[in-house]
Design a protein around this ligand. Structure first.
Ligand SMILES: C[S@@+](CC[C@H](N)C(=O)[O-])C[C@H]1O[C@@H](n2cnc3c(N)ncnc32)[C@H](O)[C@@H]1O
Length: 408
C-alpha cells in the first residue's frame, strides 16, 4: 500500500477538526509537492499538521498531529458549536448529578479514578471530563489527569456561588421543555404545559422530585442575589415586611440580617413554607418571622409597611400579574411601599444578556416574561400603583428593585 505524507489544511477549529480522521466534504490536491484540502466553505488555514494519506481510500486519511495550532473560528463553526448547547447542558447536568467536581476537590485524578469514586463508567466519565475541559470547568493536566478548572468549583454544593441546584433543575426538569419551544413559537402555547400537561406550580405540587429540584435551584440563584438586593435598597426605615411568594426566604433572611429591628411575614404555597421555616430556624431568625401558607391570588396579610414581590411577577402574564398586584394593593395601608424585585429588560439585548436569558426561561416555563421599566409602569398603573423608582442592584442578571406606592 502506498502512503504519502501531506500537509493538512482546512477548516480549523480546536486545531484539529479538518484533520480528525476524514477529509469529509473536501477535496485534496497537490501543490508543489504538498497536498492541500479545499471545499468545505470554511476559512482555510494551514496548521502545520502532518497526515498519512492512503490513496486507496481516497479522502479517508489516517492522521497524526505534529502540532496543534490556535483555532481560527469562523462564523459557520461558531454557529455549529452553539447548536451543540444541548450537549453542554447535559454534560454539566451529569457532572453535577454524579458530583464529579467533588471527586476532584482535593487532588487531581485520572478519569477512571474519578469514575470509580462516583461508581460510574470509566470511559464515559473520562469523555465527559474532557468535554467540560473545553469550557474551563475541568483542566486536563500534562499527565492526562484532571483537576478543577476555573468554573469547576461552582459545580459543588455549599460553595459561595454554587450553581449545582440551578444546573440540576435545568438538566432534569427544564431540558425537555426547551423541545416545545417550536410549539410555543407557532401556536403561542406554554412550552412547560405542552411538556408536562399542567402549569408549572401545579406540576411541582404533584411531582415532589421536581419540586425539590426547583427549590434547590432557587436557593442557588437567590443566595447570591439576596445580598445585592439588600445592598441596593435601604430597608432601615421599614419595621414590617410581607414577603409575598417568599420561597425559601433568602431575601427575607438577608433583610432580617441587615435590619435588626425588622420583622418579616413570609407568604407562600404550603409545600414551600416547610422549607422556609427550616431555613429561618437554621439561621436563628424565626423570632422575627411569621409564616403564612396562602394563595397570593386570594389574599395576603394586611397592615405591613412594605410588600415584597421578588421574582414573582415574571412568572405570570400581565393579567395574572395585575391580579397579584391588586391583592397586595388591597392589603396595604396608606403610605406602604411595594417593592418588586425582577430583572428589568434592557433597550438592546446585548446590554444585559442575563435578563434576556431569564426572559427566555420565563417564556419556556410559564409563557410569562421579564419586563422593561415602561412595561412595569403600565402594569403598576392598571393595579392602582404609581412607580416611584427603579434601582439597579448590580447583579449580572439585570435585577432591579422597583419601588411603587398605591395611588390615592
Ligand atoms: C420564582 S420563586 C421566587 C421566590 C423568592 N421570592 C425569591 O426571590 O427567591 C416564585 C415563588 O412563588 C410561589 N408561588 C407560586 N404560586 C403561588 C401562589 N399562588 N401563592 C403563593 N405563592 C406562590 C412559589 O412557591 C415560589 O416560591
Amino acid at each position: 500500500m502506498m502512503a504519502r505524507r501531506i500537509g493538512c489544511a482546512g477548516p480549523v477549529a480546536d486545531g484539529i477538526d479538518s484533520c480528525s480522521g476524514e477529509t469529509s466534504g473536501g477535496s485534496a490536491g497537490t501543490t508543489g509537492g504538498s497536498v492541500t484540502a479545499t471545499g468545505t466553505g470554511h476559512a482555510m488555514s494551514a496548521i502545520g499538521v502532518s497526515a498519512v494519506l492512503d490513496p486507496a481510500h481516497g479522502h479517508h486519511a489516517t492522521v497524526s498531529l505534529s502540532s496543534v495550532s490556535r483555532p481560527q473560528v469562523d462564523g459557520s463553526w461558531q454557529l455549529a458549536v452553539l447548536a451543540d448547547g444541548y450537549v453542554t447542558t447535559q454534560l454539566l447536568y451529569v457532572a453535577a448529578k454524579l458530583r464529579l467536581a467533588d471527586a476532584l476537590a482535593d487532588a487531581p485524578a485520572s478519569g477512571p479514578e474519578v469514575a470509580a469514586a462516583v461508581h460510574a463508567d470509566a470511559d464515559v466519565v473520562t469523555r465527559i471530563l474532557r468535554g467540560l475541559c473545553l469550557d474551563d470547568v475541568f483542566v486536563e493536566l500534562a499527565d492526562g489527569r484532571f483537576a478543577l478548572g476555573r468554573l469547576g468549583e461552582y459545580l459543588r454544593d455549599g460553595v459561595a456561588g454554587s450553581q449545582r441546584g440551578p444546573i440540576l433543575a435545568r438538566g432534569e426538569v427544564y431540558f425537555p421543555v426547551a423541545h416545545a419551544l417550536l410549539d410555543a413559537a407557532t401556536t403561542g402555547a406554554c412550552a412547560f404545559e405542552q411538556t408536562y400537561g399542567q402549569p408549572f406550580f401545579a406540576h411541582l405540587n404533584s411531582v415532589p422530585a421536581h419540586h425539590e429540584a426547583f427549590e434547590a435551584s432557587m436557593a442557588g440563584r437567590a443566595a447570591h442575589e439576596a445580598d445585592a438586593v439588600v445592598a441596593a435598597y435601604d430597608m432601615r426605615g421599614l419595621s414590617h415586611l410581607v414577603d409575598v411568594g417568599a420561597g425559601p426566604g433568602l431575601i427575607a433572611r438577608a433583610a432580617l440580617r441587615a435590619v435588626p429591628t425588622l420583622s418579616v411575614t413570609l407568604v407562600d404555597r404550603p409545600a414551600m413554607m416547610d422549607r422556609a421555616r427550616r431555613e429561618m430556624n437554621d439561621a436563628g431568625l424565626t423570632r422575627r418571622c411569621a409564616f403564612v401558607a396562602a394563595d397570593f391570588f386570594d389574599a395576603v396579610p394586611a397592615g405591613a409597611d412594605a410588600y415584597l414581590l421578588s421574582r414573582i411577577l415574571h412568572d405570570w402574564n400581565d393579567e395574572e400579574a395585575a391580579r397579584i398586584l391588586r391583592v397586595c394593593r388591597a392589603a396595604m395601608p396608606p403610605g406602604a411601599r411595594l417593592l418588586i424585585v425582577d430583572a428589568v429588560l434592557p433597550e438592546r439585548a446585548r446590554d444585559m444578556p442575563g435578563a434576556i436569558r431569564m426572559d427566555l426561561l420565563m417564556l419556556l416555563l410559564f409563557n410569562a416574561r421579564e419586563r422593561t421599566a415602561a412595561e412595569f409602569d403600565r402594569l403598576l398603573a392598571t393595579a392602582g400603583f404609581e412607580l416611584r423608582r427603579v434601582i439597579p442592584t448590580g447583579s449580572p442578571t439585570g435585577l432591579a428593585v422597583i419601588e411603587a406606592v398605591g395611588k390615592p
